[in-house]
Design a protein around this ligand. Structure first.
Ligand code: CTP
Ligand code: MG
Length: 260
């Protein structure tokens, strides 16, 4: 890895191979319209506009010709000097999709940002903060935002109390040390390769518990640095999230009124 004075050769892996069950549109989430255009197009524009990557590798649902065509059209739109745009077939889980894309990066790639296409409105500033931390020597970096709700632990109620409510509180977690985690998550390529290599031995329940790439890196004992994320970088997961994202696009001042 280069030092802070020279940017590492960086790729973005854009994972867009999910089925979007919770959004419930009956089509891959990447194809669902947001402001009249597919979620994937918004995400791609954000990645390219940030200028952080020399390659963008998109994991698409296997056999989805519509999204492939969208990628081909977007490639034609890209001005000369834009990043190399490649695709891979995604896998059954998000981690599988990341692993496929990781194997397809150009030789010589030093750093990689893994980004959810579902975070279609991530501001450029977040890409820059993550890329800057990598250039400054971090092997792993994630964008985070404070947790706004009070968080409690609960357990299923037993005996007579189960007539009152299904769960009972066992404690309150201090919010001071909690963060909600977003993408893009940045890594040195050898770090992310080692992390995903270790995960190939996981059994089904361990594999199901992997919800981001940084978790795998933590298991290796590599320090994961946290930079500021942005609230408009929400992951479009449920119908309510899509309404919020539409509102961010349509607001009187566009998305710029939100921090980031
Ligand atoms: N993803 C992927 N391959 C998978 C599963 C998820 O590339 N096998 C991607 C999604 O396309 C999304 C990101 O990982 O951009 C985060 O996943 P999530 O929000 O859970 O999307 P879906 O899996 O599509 O949604 P759901 O879980 O509701 O089906
Ligand atoms: Mg999912």
């Amino acid at each position: 890895m280069n030092d802070a004075r020279t940017r590492p050769i960086t790729a973005v892996i854009l994972v867009a191979a999910g089925s979007g069950q919770r959004l419930g549109y009956g089509m891959p989430k990447a194809a669902v319209p947001l402001g009249g255009e597919p979620i994937l197009l918004h995400a791609l524009r954000g990645v390219v506009a940030s200028g952080v990557a020399s390659q963008v590798c998109v994991a698409l649902p296997a056999g989805d010709d519509g999204l492939r065509k969208l990628l081909d059209d977007f490639r034609l739109e890209l001005a000369d000097g834009g990043p190399l745009l490649t695709t891979v077939d995604g896998g059954a889980t998000r981690a599988d999709s990341v692993r496929s894309a990781l194997a397809a990066l150009e030789d010589g790639t030093e750093a990689v940002l893994v980004h959810d296409a579902a975070r279609a409105l991530t501001p450029e500033s977040v890409f820059h903060r993550v890329a800057h931390a990598l250039a400054a020597g971090a092997a792993a970096v994630i964008p985070v935002i404070p947790v706004v709700d009070t968080v409690k632990m609960v357990t299923a109620t037993e005996g007579g109390d189960s007539n009152i409510a299904p769960e009972i509180v066992t404690g309150t977690v201090s919010r001071q040390e909690l963060r909600s985690v977003q993408t893009p998550q940045g890594f040195s390529v050898p770090t992310l390769q080692a992390a995903h290599q270790a995960a190939t031995d996981f059994d089904e329940s361990e594999a199901a518990a992997i919800t981001d790439d940084a978790m795998l890196v933590e298991l290796l004992g590599v320090p994961v640095h946290a930079v500021r994320g942005a609230s408009q970088s929400l992951k479009i997961t449920t119908p309510l999230d899509l309404i919020i994202a539409e509102g961010l696009l349509e607001g009187p001042l566009g998305m710029r009124w939100v921090e980031g």
